[in-house]
Design a protein around this ligand. Structure first.
Ligand SMILES: [Zn+2]
Length: 364
């Protein structure tokens, strides 16, 4: 029996040792585990069914030609079917009481079963690989995390169908016309993402980059809650910010968004005229000032990853997200994911002149 400390290992990537001369072993960070030896966690009660665990590791390995190495948490969930193993992927769960926590996972399961939730894993032949429910769980969990306190918006999205198309590897993604590392395809109203990117920001105890959140921000920007369909162009708003959104309309979020976005645009324009890198600086990188859709996607991601810096720099814009999502990520983020903060500040401090902004605020 191998015994591990869950809290030290849940975020470590799992692979298969590939020395042909050796017996196959599962590698979890610095540990190499014999596949016939069961293992358990000293800080958790349950023992993992080893066959199911190995089966999950082998399945991801072969489906993705070893281009995707999920963390221990993912495989532990597949092997045990215990949703709590997935909590590291959903930082909000840290702030929930036992009962609400259970409700969170119940909501995730409900989303998975909803006919408006379409998650596919596609390979290079465009074949649709069905039996990977844990991936759908991961995606559904991210969505529920955003809308846990706005189930009305979530219901509206599901009435319009959420399409998430994942690809087994980069070749499969490119073959399907995927752009850059991940994208929202407005023609098909779907998010396209190489599956490994779903796991990218989770190799340390605190969640980091989140390509999924970013791309989901684009999907939200295109979603028209008035018609429950994706529009053919960017709106520049999140669902619930337009009077035409019906019952989910949240006017106070709209007002705060307009004021906060104006402030970001002013700060950005000031750097375009005079790139002195002096505070107050815009929170986002010049990348998100290209157009309204990037702005929505970029700030959505930052709201859930560096809420403290966001709230300090631009309280109005922060409160627009807070009012819309009816939650405050500062409650469950002790410290920001520093990369976005530092990288963005470093650009403005570098003295480079940012490109002119492509944003507008008076759109509807
Ligand atoms: Zn983007």
């Amino acid at each position: 029996m191998t015994t591990l400390k869950w809290s030290d290992y849940y975020y470590k990537q799992v692979g298969i040792s590939d020395f042909p001369s050796e017996r196959v072993r599962v590698v979890i960070d610095d540990l190499s585990i014999d596949i016939d030896t069961p293992f358990a966690f000293e800080d958790r009660h349950d023992e993992l069914p080893i066959e199911q665990f190995i089966g999950s590791v082998a399945k991801v390995y072969s489906l993705t030609t070893d281009t995707c190495r999920p963390q221990l948490a993912y495989h532990a969930f597949v092997a045990s079917h215990r949703p709590n193993y997935m909590d590291g992927y959903f930082p909000i769960t840290q702030s929930l009481s036992k009962e609400i926590h259970r409700q969170f996972h119940k909501t995730v399961s409900k989303v998975m079963l909803n006919t408006g939730f379409d998650v596919r894993l596609l390979d290079e032949q465009y074949s649709y690989i069905r039996k990977v429910p844990a991936l759908a769980y991961l995606v559904a969990g991210h969505i529920v995390e955003m809308f846990f306190y706005r189930q009305d918006i979530l219901d509206a999205l599901l009435k319009g169908t959420i399409h998430i198309w994942l690809y087994t590897n980069v070749q499969a993604y490119k073959a399907a016309g995927g752009v850059a590392g991940g994208c929202y395809n407005s023609q098909h109203d779907c998010i396209q993402l190489v599956v490994s990117r779903l796991f990218e920001g989770f190799n340390q105890p605190t969640a980091g980059v989140s390509p999924f959140l970013h791309e989901f921000g684009h999907l939200l920007d295109y979603f028209d809650a008035g018609t429950l369909k994706a529009a053919d162009k960017s709106s520049g708003w999140l669902p619930g910010m337009r009077p035409s959104d019906g019952a989910i309309y949240t006017p106070e979020a709209r007002e705060a968004f307009i004021a906060g976005k104006r402030l970001e645009m002013d700060r950005y324009d000031r750097q375009v005229v005079k790139p002195d890198g002096l505070d107050p600086l815009p929170i986002g990188h010049p990348y998100v000032f290209q157009n309204n859709s990037e702005f929505v996607a970029g700030y959505l991601e930052m709201f859930f990853r560096n809420p403290h810096y966001f709230a300090t720099q631009n309280p109005s814009l922060y409160s627009s997200f807070q009012l819309l999502f009816k939650q405050d990520p500062r409650d469950y983020w002790q410290a920001d994911f520093p990369f976005y903060v530092e990288q963005n500040r470093a650009f403005y401090k570098s003295g480079q002149r940012p490109h002119a902004s492509g944003l507008k605020v008076d759109i509807d």
